[in-house]
Ligand binder design. Structure first.
Ligand code: GLU
Length: 411
């Protein structure tokens, strides 16, 4: 994944004629922290050794920003790639952060609440010197949530001796979390559906939408899509997908998952595999779970005319080529899912100012930023005659390179 991210950067840097000195620096992360720490499960006598990472790609623009993922196979390359993508993402929506990402190599689905809390507090202690409200601000990502952010905030606050809400975003509103942060990534994706449809001459109302995923991003994308008048025909999780051509009742599927943990067994739809979901006949496909799902094996089966990437890096380089040949309109992750970090920025601003906004204000500002970012990227794609992913990278890289060149070199 890291080689793919660097390869993609090199290709675009070359295309834009980027200053060679700046390019050499931007293709690697500025600071990478790897930690190993002991962890005891509730019922085990043994002590396991757990690996954790925090990678900060760029400190030129302000503090670094990015989520923390808990997954059994997370590794340094993945986290470094995602930290780089966060830099471009922040620059595309114009929030004053550089990119970062963290990870803990553990399966959160196998942990009790107490275990999840212990892992989180110990990992936070291990990285405590590299994070801070003016330094590096974590947020949720795959396998983490508001509660995990609350424990992180509490651990950091205990360490410094006073409450520091701005250390983390995506925390519960009771601790200084922003209203509408939880739904932000999903909503942001749905805001872009009419613009994407317009770009290919399709009426952007009442479209059939299939969503791969039903978690932090997919669930709220499904709710937002339904509220916007689209028909959500399928969603999925690791247990498989559910499909109903007449539309899934999203609140009832959400309730089922709250009670049964997985979509498996949900009665009011047909059951399909995740691969089948990706190949469904629909207008819009939203991959909103893990990386690499649209690849050489699956890309040829995609029938959607529009893909809006909710997950980070859901399409491999080979998958991307196949989709481009088939003229699928792709709204790339670094633009499409930037609603999350945008409301994270709002949350940080509110925490620093200790002045909180209403839901209407927050959502209106999110919509304004997302739709403008789409228009900017789309104009670049037309003027430079490139696909949307390349256009998004050009916009992100250019903003960062401009800032680096005026800051100059120390000493
Ligand atoms: N993890 C999310 C992302 O990949 C959110 C990051 C943030 O809010 O800082 O964009």
């Amino acid at each position: 994944m890291y080689h793919d991210a660097v390869g993609q950067f090199d290709r675009v840097a070359e295309l834009m004629g980027l200053d060679k000195n700046v390019a050499a620096r931007l293709r690697v992360p500025q600071k990478s922290t790897i930690v190993a720490f002991p962890f005891r499960r509730d019922t085990y006598k043994d002590v396991e050794t757990i690996f954790g990472y925090r990678v900060q790609h760029l400190t030129t623009m302000g503090p670094t920003k990015g989520g923390i993922r808990y997954a059994p196979d997370v590794n340094l390359g993945e986290v470094a790639a995602l930290a780089m993508l966060m830099t471009w993402k922040c620059a595309i929506v114009g929030v004053p952060f550089g990119g970062a990402k963290g990870g803990v190599r553990i399966d959160p689905m196998q942990l009790s609440r107490a275990e999840l809390q212990r892992v989180t507090r110990r990992y936070t202690m291990e990285i405590i010197n590299v994070i801070g409200p003016e330094k590096d601000i974590p947020a949720p990502d795959l396998g983490t949530n508001e509660q995990v952010m609350a424990w992180l905030m509490d651990t950091y606050s205990q360490y410094v001796g006073h409450a520091v809400p701005a250390i983390v975003t995506g925390k519960p509103p009771a601790l200084g979390g922003s209203v509408a942060r939880r739904e932000a990534t999903g909503r942001g994706l749905v805001f872009l559906i009419p613009q994407a449809a317009n770009a290919i001459g399709l009426d952007g109302n009442g479209l059939d939408v299939a969503i791969h995923g039903f978690g932090n991003v997919g669930l709220y994308a499904a709710i937002a899509a339904q509220q916007a008048g689209h028909k959500v025909i399928a969603v999925s999780d690791i247990s498989g997908g559910i499909y109903n051509p007449d539309g899934i009742d999203v609140p009832s599927a959400q309730k089922w998952v709250q009670e049964h943990k997985y979509l498996e067994g949900y009665p009011e739809a047909d059951h399909i595999t995740n691969e089948q979901l990706l190949g469904l006949e629909c207008d819009v496909l939203i991959p909103a779970a893990v990386q690499g799902v649209i690849n050489t094996d699956t890309a040829r089966d995609v029938k959607a005319r529009i893909i809006i990437e909710g997950a980070n890096n859901p399409t491999t380089i080979e998958g991307d080529e196949i989709l481009r040949e088939r003229e699928v309109f792709i709204v790339p992750d670094i633009l499409a899912n930037a609603g999350g970090v945008t409301v994270s920025y709002f949350e940080w601003v509110q925490d620093v100012q200790k002045y909180f906004w209403t839901e209407n204000e927050t959502v209106a500002r999110l919509r304004e930023i997302m739709t403008k970012a789409f228009d900017d990227v789309y104009s670049i794609s037309i003027s430079e005659n490139v696909d949307m992913r390349t256009a998004a990278l050009i916009k992100g890289i250019k903003r960062v390179a401009d800032a680096k060149l005026v800051r100059g070199v120390f000493p």
